[in-house]
Design a binder for this molecule. Sequence first.
Ligand SMILES: *Cc1c(COP(=O)(O)O)cnc(C)c1O
Length: 491
Amino acid sequence: MATYEKHFDSALRAAYEAAERYIANLDGRPVAPTESLEALRSRLAKPLAIEGLAPEEVIADLVRDVEGGIMGSASGRFFGWVIGGTLPAAMAADWLTAAWDQNATLYACGPAASIAEEVVGTWLKQLLGLPNRASFALVNGCQLGHVTCLAAARNRLLQEAGWNVECNGLWGAPRLRILAGRQRHGSIDRAARLLGIGYGNIYDLDTDDRGRMRPEALLKALEKERRFRAIVVLQAGEINTGACDPFRDLIPIAKRYDAWVHVDGAFGLWAAASARQRHLVAGMREADSWVTDGHKWLNVPFDCAYAFIAQAEVHRAAMSHRASYLVHSDDARDAIDWNPDWSRRARSFPTYAALRQLGRSGVAELIDRSCQHAHDLVTRIGRLPGAVVLSEAILNQGLVRFLDPTVDASERDHGRWTDEVIRAIAKTGEAFFSGSDWMGRRAMRVSVCNWRTTGQDVERAAIAVERVLNEMNRARGDSLRASGLLVPSDT
Ligand SMILES: *Cc1c(COP(=O)(O)O)cnc(C)c1O
């Protein structure tokens, strides 16, 4: 073997073995990171040496130095935020994507990657029930998906107002406004800032107790200031409650006012892939653009998301670029026509592999199973002493909170207590949940997006929560008795 081949061989072997060990031990290792910031920094922050190292040595050091600093989001007992794991075929395809090292911006630079992307786009539209004429882009996340879709919205709305934003920019352009639910994701605000629309032109619309936009609020906002064209941003899957906006009521209202309707469906759009959950997103097909993530619920490795736009020509007008040094294809897909990025990895391969591994029924089953686990977790935890269900699971998201056992505990105390419970659960290493504020109350989110999560994981997590609550309630009782705030018969 030539030296460079030997290096590849030993570095890849070291990486493979470390990955295999990591995955095989997922059930045994703590879900939350165990190492402190100082320790991780002191291990990783080496001076950049003058001389380099052998690749296999670099990998061995890396594996050792990150120990205890890897969040166990790949574990079936990780229920924090909305993150998801990685399907075996998707991970393997991701490794190959690195080996092949395609610059997937042009067909000419990566023909197979470009065709896999065409195929993936078609499959995704079928699974999600989107119009088959819609265009699409494989972006790095919903954040850039919003930028892509809202750039197209900006192009079309201003075009209709006689303004060419691609050429003239926004100086002197007619004003645009964004109407969005109060519970929207912050990535909408960032997209508005990046696109020069500005967050000051986002209007907060009233939502119901689950975070769904109220149709009368939309109607009122559209009616007021009719002279300004509007982008209406709707949501499939509120991050705390999992709730989806009532698209069937909202979209026809928006259309009456010629608004562009964009759907943030980072995880919730996947409801469309399940016969059981589909009713939650009924009517969303009538929107103008949609985004959803691959790296969350589809369990494709980070980073990968999908943006879809009903009017392909508007999408292309907002993104396409031609240059004499590039080789453009007439009959094949050039991602640069659809993506905001220029050079980029071949994101199509891991998604292609994930969808082939699951098949249509596998995707539906993944969605249904996650929803069932979320429901079971919320119900089980909600029954524990001192626990309260704040929001029963819709899709794969629910909320619980924990009450401070002190007799005259305030709302603030319950909030603090809830955060303490969340921290104590993480410390057991048995499960991981994250916190959030919901309608002025602190809550623990229950979010299930990992294909690996099983009924046993749910059981094990619920037992861990129960133990933590028992211990904390007992400790609190002891300390209150010691301080004379609680007489023994109170417990
Ligand atoms: C995660 C999330 C986003 C942002 O998506 P990224 O892929 O992280 O860029 C936007 N909206 C919702 C509802 C989300 O859950």
